[in-house]
Ligand binder design. Structure first.
Ligand code: PGA
Length: 255
């Protein structure tokens, strides 16, 4: 088990081949910062090319279909993403839950399909602003975890959880370090209740407006094992700022 901070860039629907230069620069930087595990999830169209450009960092998909294959126009199976070079996939990102009406049950199916295809998964959870304001954030996240986490022999070691409050994504707003710590402790309890001792080792990332200038503070929150980064992962310069902050954070004795 690795305890290195895990910093994952989610490029969302950004990137043409011109972005490969950023991937190469991120990979070069990661080579010097071995205390941090770095990965990016480019759009499907760039997975193969990114894998060829970047040797050291992890490459993942942003989603996969739950089926192995078949008549699903426009979709990509886990085996296809893996074949293109993805070692992991994000599932259940709030943008997919909202844009594509993905339910917890579907997210779970996707996670199980990806694991069956030999991939790791980053399962995303997080409350909306209205849910937080009405005091339901923890209940919502607990419910998402219950419904979305994959089941099966040996799955725990394939899972990373990303806590991403919907209202913090792309807004420049973040929860307080205390609120992040409180939520991450709840997530940890739930993971241990679900997977027993193996639940202790599952990394829990924070995501939502992580930037070079707030990364050190956010990564220092309790039970935060890394970050899922959207906007600030699109240039090597800003993503590197976060990776450097994570490398420095790792030197502190957090536990
Ligand atoms: P953001 O996105 O860093 O742009 O807020 C995070 C995410 O959606 O994963």
């Amino acid at each position: 088990m690795t305890t290195r901070p895990y910093i994952v860039g989610n490029w969302k629907m950004h990137g043409t081949r011109a972005m490969l230069a950023e991937a190469r620069a991120i990979d070069r930087a990661a080579e010097r910062l071995l205390k941090v595990e770095v990965a990016i999830a480019p759009p499907f169209t760039l997975i193969h090319a990114t894998r060829k450009e970047a040797n050291l960092i992890g490459i993942g998909a942003q989603d996969v279909h739950a089926a192995d294959g078949g008549a699903h126009t426009g979709d990509i199976s886990a085996a296809m993403a893996k074949d293109a070079g993805a070692g992991f996939t994000i599932v259940g990102h709030s943008e997919r839950r909202a844009d594509h009406k993905e339910t917890n049950a579907l997210v779970k199916e996707k996670a199980e399909a990806a694991i069956a295809a030999g991939m790791n998964v980053i399962v995303c959870v997080g409350e909306t602003e209205a849910e937080r304001d009405s005091g339901k954030a923890e209940a919502v996240v607990a419910n998402q975890l219950s419904g979305s986490l994959p089941e099966g022999e040996g799955v725990a070691e394939k899972i990373t959880v990303a806590y991403e409050p919907v209202w913090a994504i792309g807004t420049g707003r973040t929860p307080t370090v205390d609120d992040i710590g409180t939520m991450h402790r709840h997530i940890r309890e739930k993971l241990v209740a679900t997977f027993g001792e193996e639940g202790e080792a599952i990394r829990i990332l924070y995501g939502g407006s992580v930037k070079p200038d707030n990364a050190a503070e956010l990564l220092a929150a309790d039970e935060v094992g890394g970050a899922l980064v959207g906007g600030a992962s699109l240039t090597a310069e800003s993503f590197l700022g976060i990776i450097i902050a994570a490398a420095a954070e790792d030197q502190d004795d957090k536990s």
